[in-house]
Design a protein around this ligand. Structure first.
Ligand SMILES: [Zn+2]
Length: 132
């Protein structure tokens, strides 16, 4: 059986108090500030709903222009974008670069080659010959 609106509004056994609590909150707000400020509040809220994304978008675009730069990698010449004054890696060659005032610069000095030492286990040939 589907309950009618009076049952939902009044019966405390229903967990759904949304309708009643909304009525109470609206009554309290109207009693405290009056109808004109309730309507003003709705208008201000709708205006903010339109203004905030526009202003936020403009601020975000200004921030992007101030902080994003594009240059080519000094090692391989690949052109890509990065954040100003931040360390990054070239997506093409993997070189660690520092973005300084619109130019990428190498962090390691010119001519430096980064290598990882690999431990190679030694196998004695003479031992293998003696066992046979
Ligand atoms: Zn590169």
């Amino acid at each position: 059986m589907k309950p009618d609106y009076r049952t939902i509004l009044i019966n405390p056994n229903y967990a759904n108090y949304g309708c009643l609590s909304l009525l109470l909150i609206l009554t309290l707000i109207v009693a405290i500030v009056g109808w004109d400020w309730v309507i003003n509040g709705v208008v201000i809220f709708l205006a903010l709903l339109i203004i905030v994304p526009v202003v936020g978008g403009l601020i975000f675009r200004w921030w992007l222009k101030a902080n994003i730069m594009e240059d080519s990698c000094p090692v391989c010449g690949y052109t890509f974008a990065g954040f100003n004054n931040k360390q990054c890696r070239c997506p093409s060659c993997g070189e660690t670069l520092m973005a300084n005032h619109g130019n990428f610069e190498r962090v390691t000095p010119e001519g430096t080659i980064d290598i990882d030492a690999v431990d190679v286990s030694v196998k004695n040939i003479d031992d293998n010959l003696d066992s046979k």
